[in-house]
Write a protein that binds this ligand. Structure first.
Ligand SMILES: [Zn+2]
Length: 453
């Protein structure tokens, strides 16, 4: 990393030198008098062109242009003011904020900006759609999440993730600031995004740049950012679908930090895995934002004891998985979301989860109850059967939104058991017994508790 960093600074340095050289040349060139020179020694004066760069309201440009020799390469960078988003160039089709042009004619460029909407998912790393000095933890906010992408990801991926995040925030509530970092398959592109992540941390006085880079580019760490790029690279190399996404914390900075490997289903990379798959993943991860927001300001251990007592993950993971699936099918069913390909039904998804859950439980932890599955023990059963546990409880109280309405809003104050009691009307112990018996029922009977959407 040190190497590429110094390489980067070298590049920047040489650019500055070239740039200042050409500026000097420009100054020393006297007005050209077009008199034919029949004599030898043809000192060909290069043709010159004028570049004009202006910034519309809402931002600035790095250069206003000038007169340059033909073929001169120039890079102009725009910076949006607080509350504005760069909205493209007039005079160029490039959507990039950093535009490199080769001067072969007179060029006039205008950088356009528009005011940031509170309905935008902010993808602009140089802009904050919130007050960086304010503490927004455990609050409903009025701005949407931020999503940042590596440069190798397609528009379909960017738009897909943005829509999924917006949908999730509309459904589960806006908590923030949320940073959703999405990695593609290319290593260099990933390193560039990690660099931007670390620059952001340093800018906000949260983390030293070099410490941040060292950790986030460490391929041996499971949850370093580069690990998410490796997953996508593996998918391409082996032509084998797999993915990873996670809520990586951010508590010490007052944000929710999430990362995602390549969301390939938006690119329709594999037959039978439509874009709904990655859409659902975003809903799952964002539900963690919601869950964690309810206990955000507690010490790590206290937070854990409320959100996953004794390490049990069925409620946090089962809740995220069930609510993601339920919400996705609900919104497809009521016409809010529209996809080209079918994704089946909620009952089909839940049928698979029951099958998988029972298989992994039988293999790894046949006598364990729902509350015994952890991130270290029988994890998969915690996800699959956990989602059934939440579905069971939602059906029991006849409210699919019971987690949003009652359980999580009371979790911080009451703790897991009392919040459970309040939401579902009995103790968790009684529920675990009851659920064990439910697992023995035939699947058709079990499926009757799942909404038919
Ligand atoms: Zn999860």
């Amino acid at each position: 990393m040190k190497y590429s960093l110094s390489l980067l600074s070298i590049c920047i340095l040489s650019f500055i030198i070239v740039f200042s050289c050409s500026t000097e040349e420009e100054e020393s060139v006297s007005p050209v008098v077009q008199t034919p020179q029949p004599e030898p020694e043809p000192t060909t004066t290069p043709t010159q062109y004028t570049l004009t760069v202006t910034a519309a309201e809402g931002g600035t440009v790095s250069s206003e242009g000038g007169t340059y020799d033909e073929g001169t390469e120039l890079t102009i960078t725009v910076t949006a003011n607080q509350g504005y988003i760069f909205d493209g160039w007039e005079g160029s089709n490039s959507p990039e904020k950093s535009l490199t042009i080769s001067l072969n004619s007179n060029i006039s460029l205008i950088a356009n900006f528009r005011t940031m909407n509170t309905t935008d998912i902010n993808n602009d790393l140089s802009v904050f759609n919130y007050d960086i000095y304010e503490d927004y933890t455990e609050q409903i906010v009025d701005f949407y999440p931020n999503a940042f992408f590596t440069s190798d990801l397609s528009d379909k991926v960017v738009n897909g993730i943005n829509l999924a995040l917006k949908t999730a925030a509309d459904e589960f509530g806006k908590y923030g600031p949320v940073e959703y970092w999405v990695f593609g398959t290319d290593k260099q592109a990933a390193l560039e995004l990690i660099n931007k992540f670390c620059e952001r941390r340093e800018y906000l006085n949260q983390w030293n740049l070099s410490d941040c880079l060292r950790e986030q580019t460490d391929e041996t760490l499971d949850y370093s950012m580069i690990a998410y790029q490796k997953i996508g690279e593996y998918v391409i190399l082996n032509n084998e679908p797999q993915g990873g996404a996670g809520h990586n914390g951010g508590f010490q900075w007052g944000i929710h930090q999430l990362s995602s490997s390549y969301p390939f289903s938006f690119d329709n990379l594999f037959e039978g895995i439509p874009p709904q798959d990655d859409f659902k993943t975003v809903l799952h991860e964002y539900f963690h934002v919601y869950q964690l927001s309810s206990v955000y300001n507690l010490e790590d251990e206290v937070r854990d004891s409320k959100i996953k007592p004794d390490g049990g993950i069925w409620m946090i993971e089962g809740g995220a998985e069930y609510m993601a699936n339920y919400t996705l099918f609900k919104l497809i069913n009521n016409g809010t979301l529209d996809f080209d390909q079918s994704y089946g039904s909620l009952r089909e998804k839940m049928r698979n989860k029951m099958n998988n859950g029972k298989i992994v439980k039988e293999e790894n932890c046949p006598t364990s109850k729902l509350n015994e599955f952890t991130y270290q023990f029988c994890t998969q059963a915690g996800y699959e059967l956990g989602s059934w546990g939440v579905a069971y409880l939602a059906n029991k109280v006849n409210n699919q939104n019971i987690l949003l309405d009652t359980f999580y809003p009371n979790l911080k104050e009451l703790g897991f058991e009392a919040a459970f009691n309040l939401a579902f009307g009995y103790s968790s112990k009684e529920f675990y017994e009851e659920f064990d018996a439910f697992l023995e029922l035939p699947i058709e009977q079990q499926l009757e508790i799942i909404p038919n959407i």
